[in-house]
Unconditional design. Structure first.
Length: 117
């Protein structure tokens, strides 16, 4: 099993920045890609950004140019730097780890990000 713990959420004004962190523990060797997803009230969970173990990243269209995902394999950690935040970025943000070998997704408990206008 893989355990994921997020931190760094909070309340920020529009135009501000936040940095989310996710630390993985347990069966780390199972992890291939890691990513951030978010879910706003009444909406489906959506991909924010994903990064492979080799460092290749892709982003959801709504965050391109504003958010940056990074990964520190030595620390078993992943980060999401969020700049130029907008009220529509308000959501619960979830850390995800994917194991291709075991065909399994692992999720953190989520961290709330609220952007005020």
């Amino acid at each position: 099993q893989v355990q994921l713990v997020e931190s760094g959420g909070g309340l920020v004004q529009a135009g501000g920045s936040l940095r989310l962190s996710c630390v993985a523990s347990g069966s780390i060797a199972r992890i291939d890609a890691m990513g951030w997803y978010r879910q706003a009230p009444g909406k489906q969970r959506e991909l924010v950004a994903r990064i492979t173990s080799g460092g290749s990243a892709n982003y959801g269209d709504s965050v391109k140019g504003r958010f940056t995902i990074s990964r520190d394999n030595a620390q078993n950690a992943m980060y999401l730097q969020m700049n130029s935040l907008k009220p529509e970025d308000t959501a619960v943000y979830y850390c995800n780890a994917r194991s291709v070998t075991y065909s399994q997704d692992y999720w953190g408990q989520g961290t709330q990000v609220t952007v005020s206008s």
